[in-house]
Design a binder for this molecule. Structure first.
Ligand SMILES: Cc1cc2nc3c(=O)[nH]c(=O)nc-3n(C[C@H](O)[C@H](O)[C@H](O)COP(=O)(O)OP(=O)(O)OC[C@H]3O[C@@H](n4cnc5c(N)ncnc54)[C@H](O)[C@@H]3O)c2cc1C
Length: 523
């Protein structure tokens, strides 16, 4: 019997994991990727012996990664060598306070009580709430599909929205646990991983701080790209064909009477170089708003997407440095200025805050192979507003100001006074690069935002409403952004494809029989 065919557009982590899962379930899968290598935002840059991860640097929620490997018939431990990073990061405040966030409870107590007498009790309660939010979210919201609005707003789910504090703002909720503004900042800035302001993010996201300290922040030796390489290898072993340097330009509808009833299908994808790829089903891994707006015939949905909320963007500096700076930890966060004003400047004015906060990654602390001996590979992430046609955005000037701030604080607070002279080369990314190279709508580095109105069933779903054979996987569809969450997206999209197309592979049947047998034996 001929296998059903699937065409995946994009080899980001979402595209790779979905392709592998589909192949495992009996599909003949081809992936088209515009770049010459896989990985998307989780790609790497190698130059003069320096190895930079482009985007993600925090390997979080290892159990979700583990599940992906297991679903593909592999063990994560056979592919990735994970090192736990603890302290997770060093947080530097511009008044000189430094905090090391760590899973060492005794050390946390000493540090927190120096800042505020009751802060340690607040911290323990905050972690307990984060743990509840994490487990409930993964089980009830993030780790499942919602096939209709009634499933989402069901009598069973509605009380959970309150339990998860989905309607409360994260920053305001933190005030229940800490009084000191710096501590509130230290336990909310992590929202920026989702490209969100803690003043808009639901209080549910205290789950982030819990996962970091309880489940750990990890680093795969070889860099985050090791995760991509492992998944591509497994996908290829399962028969997935990757075709690089092949950008899709348009998706063509099937001409049928069904399209008049607005229930059409996609027939093929046309590439920039004029080739046509026909398949039974299509999976869009490129950013979802971009697919609606640029690859599909225009419809109401693409206009609506324009007005949705988007995450922030970033200015990135990738510095190859010919000297080691041991005072720079693996993960470093520098917070400064008026916390609220800086988020307003990023999310409302779409610019660089007057006093920018930033993050520095120095992988050489853990992985000597990330730079030539005695040298440093530095990655700096400065959050900024996304592209906005209505704001005056002079990116050259903003990049210059961001660079000056970073160098000044590293010199003043860490004594890296000669860093500037030791930078051998610099690569800069800014919102236009995120848009042009990765096709991210508005250059929003983390995709669509995750406020109450853009999560769960309210987020653009992983199946197109009109084209019944078009599915989505990745950061801008359900459940959202971040590598482990995108891995969940790959699982959910695959489950939906198998359910909605009624595909049952031999492997599926074998698994179902094995599960049934295990179940029988356990009773
Ligand atoms: C600066 C930064 C830091 C981050 N830090 C972390 C972190 O520490 N931890 C974490 O877990 N997550 C982090 N993230 C988030 C994480 O990187 C993303 O959520 C995840 O990589 C998104 O994967 P994806 O598969 O959805 O999309 P992408 O990685 O964007 O993949 C989409 C792919 O589609 C391709 N494509 C686009 N258009 C076309 C076309 N027309 N034809 C063919 N191919 C096309 C692109 O080239 C790309 O390869 C970070 C992101 C950024 C930007």
């Amino acid at each position: 019997m001929q296998k059903p065919t699937a065409l995946v557009i994009g080899a980001g982590i979402g595209g790779i994991a979905t392709a592998a899962r589909l192949a495992k379930n009996g599909y003949d899968v081809t992936v088209l990727e515009k770049e010459s290598t896989p990985g998307g935002r989780c790609n790497q840059i190698i130059r003069e012996g320096h190895r930079f991860d482009i985007g993600p640097t925090l390997f979080l929620m290892p159990e979700i990664w583990e599940e992906t490997f297991a679903a593909l018939g592999e063990r994560m431990a056979d592919h990735l060598e994970l090192q736990r990073i603890d302290p997770t990061y060093k947080v530097h405040f511009d008044d000189g306070l430094q905090l090391e966030l760590t899973s060492n409870i005794g050390k946390m107590q000493t540090q927190l009580e120096k800042v505020e007498r009751t802060a340690f009790t607040g911290f323990l309660n905050y972690m307990a709430e984060g743990s509840k939010h994490y487990k409930m979210s993964v089980e009830k919201f993030v780790g499942r599909n919602f096939y209709n609005v009634f499933e989402y707003f069901s009598p069973g789910n509605l009380p959970l929205l309150f339990k998860l504090k989905a309607l409360k703002k994260h920053y305001a909720n933190t005030s229940r646990f800490f009084k000191d503004e710096r501590l509130k900042a230290a336990f909310t800035f992590q929202n920026m991983y989702l490209g969100l302001s803690p003043y808009d993010a639901p209080a549910t996201y205290s789950l982030l701080q819990y996962t970091e300290l309880a489940e750990g922040v990890w680093y795969p030796m070889g860099g985050m790209y090791a995760g991509i390489q492992a998944l591509v290898k497994i996908a290829e072993k399962l028969g997935v064909k990757f075709i690089y340097k092949t950008a899709v330009k348009k998706m063509k509808e099937e001409n049928s009477t069904l399209s008049l009833l607005k229930r059409g299908r996609i027939k093929s994808a046309i590439t920039e170089d004029g080739r046509e790829f026909v398949a039974d089903i299509f999976v869009g891994n490129a950013d979802l708003p971009y697919i609606y707006q640029e690859l599909l015939p225009k419809n109401e949905e693409s206009k609506k997407l324009e007005n949705k909320l988007y995450t922030c963007s970033t200015i990135m500096f990738y510095w190859g440095v010919d000297k080691e700076y041991l005072q720079i930890s693996h993960h470093n966060v520098f917070l400064g200025g008026d916390y609220k004003a800086s988020f307003d400047q990023i999310f409302k004015e779409h610019t660089l805050p007057d006093v920018p906060s930033f993050y520095v990654h120095a992988p050489v602390r853990t992985d000597k192979a990330a730079a030539p001996k005695g040298q440093e590979t530095l990655y700096v992430l400065v959050p900024v507003g996304h592209l906005d046609a209505h704001s005056k955005q002079d990116w050259e000037a903003l990049v210059k100001r961001a660079r000056e701030t970073v160098l000044r604080r590293l010199a003043q607070e860490l004594g890296a006074t000669d860093l500037k002279e030791h930078i051998k080369f610099e690569i800069v990314y800014q919102p236009r690069v995120w848009k042009e190279r990765f096709n991210l709508a508005k250059g929003a580095a983390f995709g669509l935002s995750h406020n109450f109105w853009q999560v769960g069933y309210l987020r653009p779903q992983n199946r197109h409403k009109q084209y019944k054979n078009l599915f989505f996987t990745g950061a801008s569809t359900h459940p959202g952004t971040g590598l482990p969450i995108v891995l969940l997206s790959a699982r959910l999209t695959t489950e939906r494809i198998l359910k909605e197309t009624g595909t049952i592979s031999v492997q599926n049947m074998v698994n179902a029989l094995a599960e049934a047998r295990a179940h029988r034996l356990s009773h």
